[in-house]
Design a binder for this molecule. Structure first.
Ligand SMILES: Nc1ncnc2c1ncn2[C@@H]1O[C@H](COP(=O)(O)OP(=O)(O)OP(=O)(O)O)[C@@H](O)[C@H]1O
Length: 433
């Protein structure tokens, strides 16, 4: 079986369900039980159930039954889902011994109770409770500790250095004092009403549910006066824009993570909205992760009204005000890959001093360039070409992103290669300075 990744939705009685992105041929029955145990601690769970086509519950007690569940799932997918390359979540129901607790994959207890009829919903808040079981996809132990502390407060943070700044704000390397752990904290100045602030924090709660090795871990966010602090996992290599041009073989190894991260979020119905090299992070362990997902439409809107800018990674249809969707993200991926390996943008007449209006014309009117075939592999050139199709119907669909030979060749990534390349790069740079 070599099936695409999709979301396994773990139903937690009386609590929020937890979405978990799985690769069917990789995930084992034991791992699934482990993840369930994190969600529902202090309970012995040896099996779970799923619903078959008729709605009857089928019990899964071991590896073989797990395989049958996956094969039932793929057999039952509608032609439309298959064509779209998007797979609805497969819901599993743990067979419980005890009452469940409110807990998510990161070990945070989330209060899910809504405030009574004030019109305003109470923000979900995190409570301290150490997580007990190590998850294979958790980045490291210190993160578990940070998360187990629950709410992050401004007083707990000590900003060490500025890692960079963008349109919206500044990112600091920060120590979380109670746990002595490192994190990245993005601070954006925004003048917003308390209601809008609450709405943003609520919308960001979904990030607590994201658990993918290809997505930056989210620790929490809070407002202080007129600024929001967004606390996430720190990546010691920073973003890919610092390393341009990156050799094709290294980018190929990274691409598995970039594509998996995007598909993971797309399956959760979350669009990134800002795919570009500066939103792809790398660390010396060779991990590659996506950051800055536009999960809060209110935050995206608030930043957009404060900082207006034309983005060279935007798809033509987005610039023209047409519907924004996965194809537009695939376009941005294509522009990013092209730039990462060449240091150039794929628009023949692009100049750095263009006005936003000229830039828009360039993206809408021009045919994107092809990577020079003498410098890059045929698979890579073809893949980038298909991301950069102006006609949406010609652009790579999700299923094709996964089945393209470029993706297939690199599907396992190669953390060692990325790690060695990055360490070499950093040591050469520090010896020059
Ligand atoms: N989690 C992180 N770990 C390490 N470095 C980070 C992290 N997040 C961001 N950075 C660094 O901080 C820089 C600034 O990030 P920021 O998101 O503010 O801006 P940007 O993505 O470069 O631009 P824009 O605001 O236009 O999206 C990034 O380019 C990256 O190098």
């Amino acid at each position: 079986m070599n099936e695409p990744p999709f979301t396994l939705r773990i139903h937690v009685e009386g609590d929020q369900d937890m979405d978990w992105m799985v690769q069917p041929e990789e995930v084992t029955f034991q791992q699934t039980l482990e993840v369930i145990s994190q969600l529902i601690p202090n309970t012995t769970i040896t099996a779970f159930e799923y619903e078959d086509e008729e709605g009857d519950k089928v019990t899964v007690r071991g590896e073989e039954e797990m395989k049958s569940m996956f094969s039932d799932y793929f057999c039952e997918l509608s032609e439309e889902d298959l064509a779209r390359g998007l797979f609805p979540p497969l819901i599993i129901y743990p067979k419980l011994g005890k009452t469940s607790q409110n807990r998510n994959i990161h070990g945070l207890k989330i209060k899910t109770t809504k405030q009574e009829s004030t019109g305003d919903q109470e923000m979900a808040t995190a409570e301290a409770e150490p997580t007990k079981i190590e998850s294979t996809s958790q980045p490291n132990n210190s993160i578990e500790q940070i998360l187990s502390c629950g709410n992050i407060k401004e007083d707990d943070l000590q900003h060490m250095e500025v890692l960079g700044s963008g349109n919206g704000g500044q990112v600091n390397r920060t120590i979380h004092k109670p746990t002595k752990s490192m994190m990245a904290v993005k601070i954006i100045k925004l003048d917003l009403t308390p209601t809008v602030q609450k709405q943003i924090l609520l919308e960001m709660e979904i990030l607590h549910k994201c658990n993918s090795a290809s997505i930056i871990a989210f620790y929490g966010a809070f407002f202080t006066e007129n600024r929001i602090s967004i606390c996430t996992e720190y990546m010691d290599g920073g973003s890919l824009d610092r390393y341009i041009p990156i050799p094709e073989n290294v980018l190929s190894a990274m691409s598995a993570h970039i594509i998996n991260g995007l598909i993971y979020m797309w399956n959760l119905k979350i669009l990134h909205r800002d795919i570009k090299p500066s939103n792809i992070l790398v660390n010396t362990a060779g991990q590659v992760k996506l950051c800055d997902f536009g999960v809060s439409t209110q935050l995206v809107k608030s930043i957009a009204t404060t900082f207006v800018g034309t983005n060279v990674y935007m798809a033509p249809e987005r610039i023209q005000g047409n519907q924004y969707g996965i194809p537009a993200e695939v376009w941005s991926l294509g522009v990013s890959l092209f730039e990462i390996v060449t240091g150039k943008l794929p628009f023949p007449s692009f100049r750095i001093d263009m006005t936003p209006f000229e830039l828009m014309g360039c993206i809408i009117m021009e045919s994107p360039m092809t990577l020079p075939p003498e410098n890059f592999s045929a698979n890579f050139v073809h893949f980038v070409n298909l991301c950069l199709q102006k006609d949406l119907r010609q652009r790579l669909a999700v299923a094709q992103l996964l089945s393209h030979p470029f993706t297939k060749l690199n599907e396992n990534g190669n953390a060692q290669l990325v790690s060695e390349w990055l360490k070499q790069f950093l040591s050469e740079r520090s010896s020059k300075s």
